[in-house]
Design a binder for this molecule. Sequence first.
Ligand SMILES: NC(=O)c1ccc[n+]([C@@H]2O[C@H](COP(=O)([O-])OP(=O)(O)OC[C@H]3O[C@@H](n4cnc5c(N)ncnc54)[C@H](OP(=O)(O)O)[C@@H]3O)[C@@H](O)[C@H]2O)c1
Length: 255
Amino acid sequence: MKIGILGVGNLAAYLVQGAQKEGHTFLLSPRSASKVIELSERFDCTVAKNNQALIDAVDHILVCLPASEGVAILRELTFRKDQMVCSAMAAGATLDEIRAAVFPAEATLSMMPGYANAFSVGPTFLFPSNPIWARFFSACGPVHEMPDAKSFETVAVFGAMSGASVFLMRHLAAWYETEGLSPVIARRLVAETIRGNAEVLLQSDEPLDAICSGVTTRGGITEQLLSDLNSDGALESWHRAMTHVLHRMAPARKT
Ligand SMILES: NC(=O)c1ccc[n+]([C@@H]2O[C@H](COP(=O)([O-])OP(=O)(O)OC[C@H]3O[C@@H](n4cnc5c(N)ncnc54)[C@H](OP(=O)(O)O)[C@@H]3O)[C@@H](O)[C@H]2O)c1
């Protein structure tokens, strides 16, 4: 497929890298000189003269624009009926707004972690279902098509959860470094532990509560760490912060 990317920043670079093996041709919007040059050199992408020239030349369009300006930028452009537009803008644009802006093209929304997609291990959630974009994102990790707008709003919070989990891992690695471990060991220890536990969730048939019991020895150090974290409200604060993100992305869910 010939894919046009509007907004060539970090996310676009991750997705181009992840989707490389599928042999798509990428046409990039002309802003962000340094990213565009980097992608053109690494992956043989070409650069459009302007955003409308990009739309006119491609089969389908991936929108990685800043959420605050994205819809206004799309409204200025003319799309074709046979095109599928996928918006990866995390916050600030509803499906109805994107649909109206790209009509008569079809629109779908997506959410993904970003960097993990470059290594083809990041999940992508789509709403509504779209076979063209489901196939595209399957090169960047597992794809999940959501059945309705409300469940997509809920899953979309994982964009923030994913980013914040990287900060959590950095925080944990820094603790080990402070205690004298080398940065290389500290980073591997954190990453391999969390990857290992993620595999448990993916591979075990046990319910989450049973897995938690299994990794907690009565009177042991996990119980002690959790007790300290809970008395500081550390785990509960994730709950509150994620609800805050949900309310920003879907203000109607505030009630
Ligand atoms: N980063 C992630 O991992 C991630 C993950 C999921 C979703 N997202 C979403 O993806 C979108 C992009 O995020 P990002 O992190 O890649 O941001 P970013 O690095 O700032 O990239 C956005 C790019 O859009 C370009 N742009 C702005 N106005 C434009 C226009 N009129 N025409 C063409 N290009 C224009 C900007 O160019 P200039 O530099 O020239 O201004 C910038 O390079 C956001 O909506 C974000 O919420 C990001």
